[in-house]
Design a protein around this ligand. Sequence first.
Ligand SMILES: Nc1nc2c(ncn2[C@@H]2O[C@H](COP(=O)(O)OP(=O)(O)OP(=O)(O)O)[C@@H](O)[C@H]2O)c(=O)[nH]1
Ligand SMILES: [Mg+2]
Length: 241
Amino acid sequence: MNKSILCVVPVYNEQEILAEAIKLLHEQLTKLTAGNFRIVVANNGSTDNTGKVADELAQTYQDTVIHEFIKQKGRGNAFRAVFAKYKCKIGMYIDVDLPCELSDLRRHISAIKKGVDLVVSHRVGSRPLGRRAMTLSLRTLNRLAFGLRVSDSQCAIKAMSPDAINILVNSCCENGWFLDTELVVMVHRAGLSIHEVPIHWIEERFTGRASKVSPLHDMAEGAKAIGRIWKRARSVVGKHQ
Ligand SMILES: Nc1nc2c(ncn2[C@@H]2O[C@H](COP(=O)(O)OP(=O)(O)OP(=O)(O)O)[C@@H](O)[C@H]2O)c(=O)[nH]1
Ligand SMILES: [Mg+2]
């Protein structure tokens, strides 16, 4: 059956929380969309039982949850493969640790329905100092490098129109965390509309899940990524001049 809303959940070795996360997301999307949605679990070669759990979920929620296995590693490859394969009117993605009040997703859906191309979340609520510093540095870099005025390009909860999905699939190359920023930059470059909505941040919904973030290392990686994105964004604009 064709569903208007596609919500992609990228996963790598998430056997402990995947089932509970999909149950919560499924419940919330059922309320928000009257069942007009599909969730794709985008799994890149997990080495634990994530694939098995995802297969069981696809059995439990037939027609609504799909397990997609993507050979090439990386969150960027996962998003590009899934959004190229499944057509939809509204594309969304959210990390499996579901780090916000899920009822806030109502705002994302409603903005795309009103004609916005990319909805970027703006995190409200307490976050560790190191992470706030990363967000602030990136905000400044985005403004200087791209003239981009968004508060939080890295937040991994976004919604897209079909035009923005096209940009994600065909113009974005980042494969890791900085795909989020690249998407915002490329959509901005293409002259599509961007809207920010607040979300109530939940830093640790699933207790005991180890964080992979290391602020100093990630800030250095972020600066390198901005350099790469800057080069690509310039050449994209060059083609249209
Ligand atoms: N498909 C895919 N998903 C990935 C890959 N690496 C990480 N992920 C998923 O990407 C999402 C974000 O990863 P997180 O570990 O939550 O990263 P984070 O939110 O920046 O930081 P912490 O939550 O503090 O660890 C999660 O849903 C991961 O399972 C990958 O190579 N492929
Ligand atoms: Mg996370």
